[in-house]
Write a protein that binds this ligand. Structure first.
Ligand code: UDX
Length: 436
């Protein structure tokens, strides 16, 4: 069976590589020549554990191909998976222009019956439109159906999440489409939940927004904990034993970022509004998160007269550990505010520096300055204040004594609750975290 994959971001590339690993003949299509050339050499454009090894293995076995030529990729495919981005528009709705481009190319290219499978996160009803759009523009006399197959991988564990997914959701409108997708996923040996297309599309948003809600709920409770003298870490622990609640995604902190939760909460809010409905829970989740991101900065601002010419250590830039991605990372909002306030930032991140440099070039700006260092100790050396934004192991391992010894004034604002308040206090560090 020939599989084509449109788009080689987190979703497309990982799906393509994993299908190749399961023995399919896979061609991944991307418009970026440079990226395609790298991938042909087995170099991954994204940092994702285990991905390059699988790319190299399947490149060598001849199962995995990369191309910029959509005709070559789609013409004879049995199934075409769409994994292109659906970025956020200024009004919060999802931008479907990449999906439209791919759909048009598919319509103009396919020379045999095929199943188009939408993996990208798209508003409910989009699959219907994609199917109609492709049929409208079909050049050859072939049958094309569209199925929904949302992706649930998390960055940093993408390969593992794909090969060992909790479930595969397939949304189809015909027995043939359902049977083909069941067959494609058979070698994975995972539970398959088969539903109608619109339900599959909704499952994806409902899952992401539920997890986002869970985090915002914990952040809300954490903020209340601070006011009433409770400790959110203990509260979360107590909650986690209830199987109805579950033990994961209970970590309060600096707010969620990444390419999914911020976008998908806003997109569902938008979709509801479009249908004349106010999704109050999700709207509250968005509001709580946006305030949470700068909560520590606001606290620090209350304590300091000014940030001008202060040496500020920033530990962690990516939206979570295990990835080099900075999309919607809380660090971005905070760095902007700190620079605006005239701070001299010394930032450390084991994987995120390269991408951060594109957003915040090194050097003196109009107000503050941005500097990148290669170890937590360099960031802390002589610092007046420290912000922790990502839970990297290298940052977690810093001891209270190191903060005291390295910093000019040991003042730490920790957005990830990485350290023990009592130990920090005992070491003479002034320490603020979330909900404790
Ligand atoms: C998420 C979903 O987990 C995944 O299923 C979906 O396919 C894509 O979106 P991802 O964005 O890669 O994956 O990361 P995730 O681990 O879910 O974390 C998202 C954000 O929530 C991060 O900023 C993380 O730090 C934050 N988070 C997560 C918390 O603040 N507290 C938690 O308890 C868990």
């Amino acid at each position: 069976m020939k599989i084509a994959v449109a788009g080689t971001g987190y979703v497309g590339l990982v799906a393509g590589v994993c299908f190749a690993e399961k023995g399919y003949d896979v061609t991944c299509m991307d418009t970026d020549e440079k990226k395609v050339e790298l991938m042909r050499q087995g170099i991954s454009p994204i940092y994702e554990e285990g991905l390059e090894e699988l790319m190299q293995k399947n490149n060598a076995s001849g199962n995995l191909h990369f191309t910029t030529d959509h005709v070559e990729a789609y013409r004879e495919a049995d199934a075409i998976f769409i994994g292109v981005g659906t970025p956020e528009m200024p009004d919060g709705s999802a931008d479907l222009s990449y999906i439209a481009t791919v759909s048009r190319q598919i319509a103009e290219t396919v020379e045999k019956d095929c199943l188009v499978v939408v993996k990208s996160t798209v508003p409910v009803g989009t699959n219907d439109k994609v199917e109609q759009f492709i049929r409208d523009f079909l050049v050859h006399d072939v049958k094309v159906e569209v199925a929904s197959n949302p992706e649930f991988l998390a960055q940093g564990t993408a390969v593992h999440d794909t090969l060992h997914a909790a479930r595969i959701i397939i949304g189809t409108e015909s027995k043939e489409a359902e049977a083909l997708l069941q067959k494609i996923y058979e070698p994975f040996g995972l539970p398959v939940v088969s539903v109608k297309r619109r339900s599959a599309e909704m499952i994806k948003y409902a899952c992401n927004d539920f997890l986002a809600l869970k985090i915002s709920y914990m952040n809300d409770i954490a903020n209340l904990c601070e006011l009433v003298g409770a400790d959110i870490m203990d509260v979360a622990k107590g909650m986690s034993y209830d199987e109805r609640i579950g033990a994961r995604f209970l970590n309060a902190g600096i707010g969620f970022g990444g390419s999914c939760f911020p976008k998908d909460t806003k997109a569902l809010k938008f979709l509801a509004r479009e249908h004349g409905y106010k999704l109050r829970t999700v709207e509250a989740c968005v509001d709580v998160n946006s305030a949470q991101k700068t909560r520590l900065f606001e606290k620090a601002r209350e304590r300091m007269i000014s940030f001008r010419e202060l040496k500020v250590a920033v530990l962690g830039l990516t939206f979570k550990s295990g990835t080099d991605d900075l999309r919607e990372a809380p660090s971005i909002d905070n760095i902007r505010l700190l620079l605006e306030a005239g701070a001299d930032i010394y930032a450390y991140d084991p994987k995120g520096e390269e991408r951060a440099r594109m957003l915040f070039p090194e050097g003196k700006g109009k107000k503050g300055s941005m500097n990148y260092v290669t170890s937590p100790a360099q960031a802390l050396k002589g610092a007046n204040i420290c912000f922790v934004f990502t839970e990297w192991q290298q940052i977690r391992e810093i001891t209270p004594e190191e903060f005291r010894k390295e910093m000019h004034t040991p003042l730490v604002y920790d957005g990830r609750n990485l350290y023990c308040p009592a130990e920090m206090k005992a070491a003479g560090v002034e320490y603020y975290s979330i909900g404790r």
